[in-house]
Design a protein around this ligand. Structure first.
Ligand code: T46
Length: 128
């Protein structure tokens, strides 16, 4: 997990993430996900090249990762932390709280070509 610098005082909290410091790539895209139903699950894909940092800036969600060898489950519920996810990692995001907001910093512009959305294809790609 990446720990962000946080400035907390009686006005609230301000959290900073900078490229070449906490974020290990140049950010080309930001997007965020919210209003996810409690039963909904997102992801179910890997990326050929894309690197991302997930930040649970509000509420809670669970991220499940599989790199072909290791499986990890990480709960994101702290806006002062980020989760780095490299390429070739199968991910699902589930158990969103009703107030959850997931902010994602991405290393590339959006390209559907970069996705592997079929699990068998993902497993096969690791063997190449
Ligand atoms: C990831 C998780 C956390 C775009 O047009 N531009 C974009 O930058 C993105 C991210 C998506 N889209 C379109 C493509 C689909 O028609 O938005 C629609 C929903 O995307 P998707 O089904 O990929 O959503 P998730 O939540 O399953 O996955 C997304 C990211 O794609 C993925 O990289 O890590 O959020």
């Amino acid at each position: 997990m990446i720990k962000f610098q946080s400035y907390d005082d009686n006005r609230g909290s301000l959290v900073v993430a900078e490229t070449e410091k906490e974020i290990p790539f140049d950010i080309k895209r930001l997007y965020y996900i919210y209003d996810v139903g409690s039963e909904a699950e997102r992801g179910f894909h890997s990326h050929k090249k894309l690197e991302q940092v997930y930040i649970g800036i509000h509420g809670r969600m669970k991220v499940s990762l599989f790199d072909g060898v290791n499986k990890r489950e990480i709960v994101l519920d702290d806006p002062k932390q980020g989760l780095y996810i490299g390429h070739n990692v199968w991910r699902t995001i589930s158990e969103f709280s009703s107030d959850a907001v997931l902010l994602v910093a991405a290393s590339e512009h959006y390209s559907e070509e970069d996705y592997i959305r079929n699990y068998d294809e993902f497993v096969a790609s690791l063997k190449k």
